[in-house]
Design a protein around this ligand. Structure first.
Ligand code: KE4
Length: 431
């Protein structure tokens, strides 16, 4: 457990926040529930750094859970937001900026012929599921244990023993009816998917998955798994949805689908797409997207969807990524970090697994390769918690759960990576 001597004001603010906000946070992922202790209250971010209200400085490997691939307060992004603010904040009417961002997304993600902006990843996946069901006239959806697609009622479901499982809600407040059409399968398991299509092929509206999983920690799909999903969906008229809220523009300029060589029918986006402002999106084949209101009958709407300030932030982010092409550097730096962590763990004789794709990675405290929810949840979360706090106390801000991915940004220098590895050596020697 962290001593709060380093963060007295955060401790006070956390106690205060708990009186007016459930758990003191506006998203449970921030509450340190998995690791215990008091989350630092952040005063500001700059490049690869966060500064808390007690004046502590951290090397930030969360980047607001993904958006800040270019680091905090990138000048071009801030400038674009400030310029947008000069014209107002939101009009509830069409603006040119929405077409600018839509056209840029379409140019970067070949499978996307039309796209609709929303305000979060959850809204994007919720809308994509409804659209797939409306387009196919079918109800059943397949998701995979360990994949998280936001807090959509029908997707808040965990697998049972890893066999084909009719979904049971994993949260109170979700009626059984909301998940009775959700099948939950083990990730990377081709026989399970094949069996599901044999049994339910003509009832399946969609498969949704994280093409590289980040929400059970980073888990990498096998080629055979992705190929099977594509072939089975095509053969059965089932919509293949890649949830690229996390991987979109993270693992490559053209997203995971280009890196992995699989073309989905629909894609959901978020995080980097907004550059730190609230933006989500869903898009894909024009014949499917034209089923969305007001062209088609599938209803979806949003007061602040496509608002100019968020559009300006997203546009500036994607334009900067296109101009800089930081991906080779991100690959190098993340590899440097992964290698350094593996070496530090070996020095401390602690068994770990590291799964990495591009600049997202997870170090699992686990003796076996992590390929799905079952193997991920065999990790030693006790050790993870000590690791997390040891690093936090040394000014390294990691995701506060074994089942998350960390992110390297374009502002993380080799020196900062070396500093992180040195801290890892010290911490791993103590747990
Ligand atoms: P939001 O509604 O939080 O914008 O996006 C939901 C979502 C959808 N799909 C994927 C693949 C996601 O990773 C997410 C959200 N990711 C989590 C962290 N892994 C956000 C952090 C949080 O919940 O506070």
């Amino acid at each position: 457990m962290t001593d709060t001597s380093q963060r007295p004001n955060s401790a006070l603010q956390f106690a205060r926040a708990n009186k007016s906000i459930p758990g003191g946070v506006n998203s449970p992922a921030r509450a340190f529930g998995a690791v215990g202790g008091t989350p630092p209250f952040i005063a500001r971010g700059e490049g690869p750094f966060l500064f808390d209200i007690d004046g502590n400085k951290y090397i930030d490997y969360i980047g607001s859970w993904g958006p800040h691939i270019l680091g905090h307060r990138h000048p071009a992004i801030i400038k674009a937001i400030q310029a947008a603010l000069e014209t107002g904040t939101s009009f509830g009417a069409p603006t040119v900026a929405e077409s600018d961002l839509a056209e840029l997304v379409i140019s970067l993600v070949p499978s996307i012929e039309k796209v609709r902006m929303v305000n979060s990843g959850t809204e994007a996946t919720m809308s994509a599921i409804r659209l797939a069901r409306g387009f196919t006239g079918r109800d059943t959806v397949i998701k995979f244990a360990g994949c998280y697609h936001g807090h959509v009622d029908s997707l808040l479901v965990q697998a049972g023993s890893g066999a084909l499982t009719l979904g049971t809600p994993s949260s109170p407040g979700v009626p059984a009816g909301c998940t009775s059409d959700t099948l939950v399968l083990p990730y990377n398991n081709v026989p399970a998917v094949t069996e599901a299509f044999e049994k339910n092929g003509d009832k399946l509206a969609a498969i949704i998955l994280e093409p590289v999983c980040g929400n059970m920690g980073c888990v990498i799909p096998s080629d055979a798994f992705l190929q099977a999903l594509r072939q089975l969906c095509t053969a059965h008229g089932c919509v293949l949805i890649f949830d690229e809220v996390m991987t979109g523009f993270r693992v490559g300029m053209n997203c995971a689908q280009e890196r992995l060589g699989i073309t989905p029918d629909l894609t959901t986006l978020g995080k980097i797409l907004g550059g730190g402002m609230p933006v989500g999106a869903y898009g894909g084949r024009a014949d499917i997207m034209d089923a969305v209101s007001p062209v088609g009958a599938v209803y979806q709407a949003g007061t602040l969807s496509g608002n100019p300030v968020a559009m300006a932030s997203g546009l500036a982010t994607l334009q900067q990524l296109k101009a800089d092409n930081p991906y080779p550097q991100l690959e190098e730096r993340a590899n440097q970090l992964a290698d350094g962590l593996l070496d530090a763990a070996a020095q401390a004789a602690i068994p770990v697994q590291i799964n990495r794709v591009g600049s997202m990675l997870t170090m699992f405290f686990n003796e076996q390769p992590v390929t799905d929810f079952m193997t991920a949840t065999a990790s030693d979360t006790e050790k993870f918690s000590k690791w997390f706090h040891g690093m936090l106390d040394r000014g390294i801000y990691l995701p506060c759960s074994q089942y998350e991915a960390l992110f390297v940004s374009a502002t993380h220098t080799t020196e900062l990576i070396d500093e992180t590895i040195q801290a890892a050596r010290e911490v791993l020697a103590t747990i």
